[in-house]
Design a protein around this ligand. Structure first.
Ligand code: FES
Ligand code: MG
Length: 568
């Protein structure tokens, strides 16, 4: 088969001349003789601090590509810094995915190495790669090392939530809080909790899209560069074998990822991202698959936010392979991977090195830990909750709704001593879904009212159409679909209604129900939900609901890698 890049470079005509001439710049002419040209889709950016080291990772990938007889070509693609982007990085996940897809397809390359790290970057790259369907392998950038503050380890994100609540509760001084700031980010790499970045690196590996054993190698660890070098060799072999995402991403791979997600206590954001990636790959996957496949899986990994440890400990304890080995009976061991070998191969050798960090199957942290999918008159198309990060006593709860139309309304009311709320109340936030915010921000783990914090309350039932950070915790119902701005029943709830949550029964309902609820005037959408131009406009007009992965409706599926027309 003629290599794809030869459609640009082969021949003696004017266009081949143009394509080669501008690319030469010191390359010998046999660089264009049909050897594979490999894009390294790199999300390195100074404004994505978690990914800023990926240039060095790319250098190792390049060495591997050269060594295996290919030509490596770095392709900068949009990068999303979770902590920096307003109004939320999620607004731009589909933009990054669309741009990466188009640039991979439009260029003369035969395969692509995907370098990501911070939360949205690996999902966006996988969505892009699935839609182009050229051979592709992910190299995750790795988590940062554990920072310490006054002798105690600090978990990125998770400890920000915890410490800031302690300040509001009056149990931690503002000075101490600010002192912690310089200790949290100890090294290069992404968040060191089992937040979304760590989760999505594990998801990429569980899907078969990385070399085995790479997810969770700390960013400063030289073994990451060794794996990056190896990935450079592997992509050459993948091109030769025509091993594409379309052959790696099977339904079995996605169900494996769901099992892994539960066993690691991973981020709720993985639900939206996996649904979006499956949508690109044309693999049927629904919200109910998460419950049916994941709910009975035990929680084995004792990492923040669901537990105690951090990613450095996870890697030292054996990493994802050791976890997969413990739940091997729940996996489709025959699911393919980028190496051409099934994911189950060699898994039995992946031993747990520290069973306080990765528990054995016989002694899980929780028996049934997977993300639960709720239905009811408040969420006809579903909502999710992560029981592993919730208070067991609140998983069955009936309480009075206290409703906020925006996160700004909620923040303005939180410290009001006259706010009519107690620990049995249910905080309800709307206007924070994909269309409503827009972009479905990570505000679902709403801060608690100050007067309740002062009384020692540290968790309440909270319900929204938002997401929450993968580093967050609490009895938090998220991704309520349809969202309020899309006409979901959330728009009709009023303060004083009774909310009934029953996670064991997978129910979330509001009283009054039926005609009485339906007859109510919905709360108006915020002015923010009607952007007039640009990406936000395109996004709001086309974004799908959370239960469908919040991709744009015209981006689902694949266009393949063929480009029919010449440029000159
Ligand atoms: Fe980048 Fe957490 S902010 S991974
Ligand atoms: Mg996040």
């Amino acid at each position: 088969m003629t290599p794809r890049s030869q459609h640009w470079y082969a021949g003696t005509d004017r266009n081949a001349f143009i394509h080669r001439a501008w690319m030469r710049r010191g390359l010998p002419s046999d660089a264009f003789d049909g050897r594979p040209h490999i894009a390294i889709a790199n999300t390195a950016s100074d404004l994505s601090p978690c990914n800023s080291h990926l240039g060095e990772v790319a250098a190792s990938v390049k060495a591997g590509v050269w060594e295996a007889g290919g030509v490596p070509l770095e392709l900068p693609v949009p990068s999303l810094g979770e902590t920096q982007l307003r109004p939320t990085a999620m607004l731009f996940r589909n933009l990054a995915a669309m741009a990466a897809e188009e640039m991979i397809r439009a260029n003369p390359v035969d395969g692509v190495v995907l370098l990501g790290g911070c939360d949205k970057t690996i999902p966006a790259l996988l969505m892009a790669a699935a839609s182009v369907d050229l051979p592709a392998i992910v190299v995750p950038g790795g988590p940062m090392l554990t920072g310490h503050f006054r002798g105690a380890p600090l978990g990125c994100g998770t400890d920000v939530w915890r410490l800031s609540e302690e300040v509001r509760a009056g149990t931690l001084s503002q000075e101490r809080f600010l002192e912690a700031e310089s200790s949290m980010i100890r090294s290069r790499g992404h968040c060191n909790t089992m937040g979304t970045a760590s989760t999505m690196a594990c998801m990429a590996e569980a899907l078969g899209m990385t070399l085995p054993g790479v997810a969770g190698i700390p960013a400063p660890d030289s073994r990451l560069l060794e794996r990056a070098h190896q990935a450079g060799r592997t992509i050459i072999e993948m091109v030769a074998s025509d091993r594409r995402p379309g052959t790696v991403l099977t339904r079995g791979s996605f169900l494996n990822a769901i099992v892994a997600l539960a066993a690691i206590g991973g981020s709720t954001n993985a639900v939206v991202h996996l649904l979006a990636i499956a949508g690109r790959a044309g693999v049927p996957l629904t919200l109910d698959d998460f419950d049916q496949t994941g709910a009975k899986v035990p929680l084995l990994v004792d990492l923040q936010p669901a537990g105690a440890h951090l990613m450095e400990d996870f890697h030292r304890a054996g990493g994802l392979r050791a976890v997969l080995n413990e739940v091997a009976d729940l996996l489709d061991g025959s699911a393919p991977t980028v190496t051409g070998r099934p994911i189950g191969e060699g898994l039995a050798d992946a031993e747990i090195q520290d069973d306080t960090v990765i528990r054995r199957r016989t002694a899980p942290l929780q028996e049934e830990a997977g993300i639960a999918v709720l239905r009811g008159n408040l969420c006809p198309d579903g909502a999710v909750i992560k029981p592993a990060a919730a208070s067991p006593s609140l998983l069955r709860h009936r309480g009075r709704a206290v409703v906020f139309d925006s996160i700004e309304d909620l923040r303005a009311a939180l410290d009001d001593p006259d706010l009519d709320v107690d620990e049995d109340s249910v905080l309800v936030l709307r206007g924070c879904g994909p269309k409503g915010y827009p972009g479905m921000p990570e505000v679902g783990n709403m801060p608690l009212p100050a007067k309740l914090l002062a009384r020692g309350v540290r968790d309440m039932v909270r319900i929204s159409d938002a997401r929450m950070s993968g580093t967050a915790y609490g009895t938090v119902v998220l991704h309520t679909a349809p969202e309020s701005a899309a006409g979901g029943p959330l728009a009709r709830v009023r303060t004083g209604d009774m909310i009934v949550l029953d996670v064991a029964a997978r129910r979330l309902d509001v009283e009054p129900a039926g005609d009485e609820l339906a007859a109510r005037e919905p709360a108006p959408s915020s002015a923010h939900a009607a952007p007039v131009r640009g990406w936000e406009r395109l996004y709001v007009d086309h974004v799908l609901q959370a239960d469908q992965g919040a991709d744009l409706d015209f981006l689902t599926g694949s266009s393949g890698s063929e480009v029919r027309r010449e440029s000159h």
